[in-house]
Design a protein around this ligand. Structure first.
Ligand code: PLP
Length: 421
């Protein structure tokens, strides 16, 4: 399928002032009370909630169109195939990829990165080769590479960060060498919210002929992501951080690269012919989709993309940024509170510690007030180690958060301080 222009938010959506209270009403779960308090959901970086439109699209698919895809001539199978392949086209437009052959459905970001590790890196890399990552990475963008290092003898090289939690660009550039075979990095850090200068970092890698994988799990909900403008080679994201369901995610790969890679799992759907001697493999992208795929997940993901683009991603990003700034200003004033990660460019995430209170205890007190934040190492142990903290409390913002949510967060943290004083 050929590329068509990227969908812009409707002019009406772009012109309207952002109404977070109205957006909030699209999310049925947000009407829940927690411990007798209204729910203040500030854990969207772990998993965002789903709007009615996504729940309805999934229910419609299950109720009216479900069957197995690709293999059936009967009407329901064709309906299911149309829904699944239609979702792929929707993702292609979302990322502005050239072709649906470049869009592989996977379980999530983790599986996408493992696919590249095992199918791209493992057959190609050996001793002396280097994979360059940054010190900000989620475990999903560390462990698959450690496994490849163990399997092939290649090495993992890490570009360091400064005390604000920003990648030190000169250090990154200094580590890009003739030995670098792949750069794999987050576009936005999940633990700190740092937005990496990926355009510059990708350009430097590509100028040296080094392919780049972007972990866009924390980027796609907050800013438009265009794989052609970025000029990245691979990009991964998860549906459940984008107002869609769990169990579905996307690996984008440049077509020539995907075509050169062997399948990484074998089974039904990924083959053209099978005998007891050999199998021949299907075309892209199905070569990488062994077995029955997550059809309802793909339908939900497409509906989530429709929903987000309907709001306007830039408008959502600007709203979240205003909340982030307001929360930062107010939290900074609380004695004993330290914000971990103070990069100049940040998205939707604020990580902090409170003197004398373990983040888990803090999280429990906040929960009693109806405020849901994540506490722990956020699957980024090296980041915690760098800042010499065992864990942080992390509030993350999404399209449905309001100024009232920020007020409740700040009040709950103040209350925790009083309890532990
Ligand atoms: C930056 C980043 N990368 C990768 C992942 C892993 O995503 P998933 O668990 O959906 O595979 C996450 C999840 O928190 C993340 O924030």
């Amino acid at each position: 399928m050929n590329a068509s222009p990227r969908t812009a938010p409707t002019p009406a959506a772009a012109a309207r002032p952002y109404d977070a209270e109205r957006v909030r009403r699209d999310f049925p779960i947000l009407t829940r009370t927690i411990n007798g308090r209204p729910l203040t959901y500030l854990d969207s970086a772990a998993s965002s909630q789903r709007p009615e439109a996504v729940l309805r699209a999934m229910n419609d698919y299950e109720t009216h169109s479900h069957s197995n895809v690709h293999r059936g001539v009967h009407t329901l199978s064709q309906d299911a195939t149309a829904a699944f392949e239609g979702a792929r086209e929707r993702v292609r437009r979302f990322l502005n990829a050239h072709s649906t052959r470049e869009i592989v459905f996977v379980r999530g970001t983790t599986e996408a990165i493992n696919l590249v590790a095992q199918s791209y890196a493992r057959p190609r890399f050996g001793p002396g080769d280097e994979i360059l990552i940054t010190a900000l990475e989620h475990h999903a963008n560390i462990v698959p590479w450690l496994m490849v290092c163990e399997q092939t003898g290649c090495s993992l090289v890490v570009a360091p960060i400064n005390g604000r939690g920003e990648v030190i660009l000169e250090e990154y550039l200094a580590r890009l060498s003739a030995r670098t075979r792949l750069v794999a990095m987050a576009q936005v850090s999940n633990a700190l919210g740092t937005v990496l200068p990926v355009q510059e970092m990708i350009a430097a890698a590509r100028a040296r002929g080094v392919p780049v994988l972007l972990d866009a799990a924390q980027a796609v909900p907050h800013q438009p992501v265009d794989v052609r403008a970025l000029d990245c080679d691979f990009l991964a994201f998860s549906g459940h951080k984008l107002y869609g369901p769990t169990g579905i995610g996307v690996l984008y790969g440049r077509e020539a690269l995907l075509a050169s890679m062997p399948p990484w799992q074998g089974g039904g759907d990924m083959i053209l012919t099978v005998s007891f001697e050999r199998a021949t493999y299907n075309e892209l992208p199905w070569k990488f989709e062994a077995g029955t795929p997550n059809m309802v997940g793909a339908v939900g993901l497409a509906a989530a993309i429709d929903y987000l683009e309907g709001l306007g991603i830039e408008a959502v990003g600007a709203h979240e940024h205003a909340l982030l700034q307001s929360a930062t200003r107010q939290l900074e004033e609380i004695p004993g509170l330290t914000i971990i990660g103070t990069a100049a460019e940040k998205a939707a995430v604020i990580s902090f510690t409170l003197e004398g209170i373990h983040p888990h205890d803090l999280g429990t007190i906040l929960d009693a007030e109806g405020v849901a934040v994540r506490t722990g190492h956020h699957c980024a142990m090296p980041v915690m180690e760098f800042f010499r903290v065992p864990a942080t409390a992390r509030a993350s913002f999404a399209c449905y958060n309001t100024r009232e949510d920020v007020t409740r967060l700040v009040a709950a943290v103040q209350r925790a301080r009083e309890v532990f004083a």
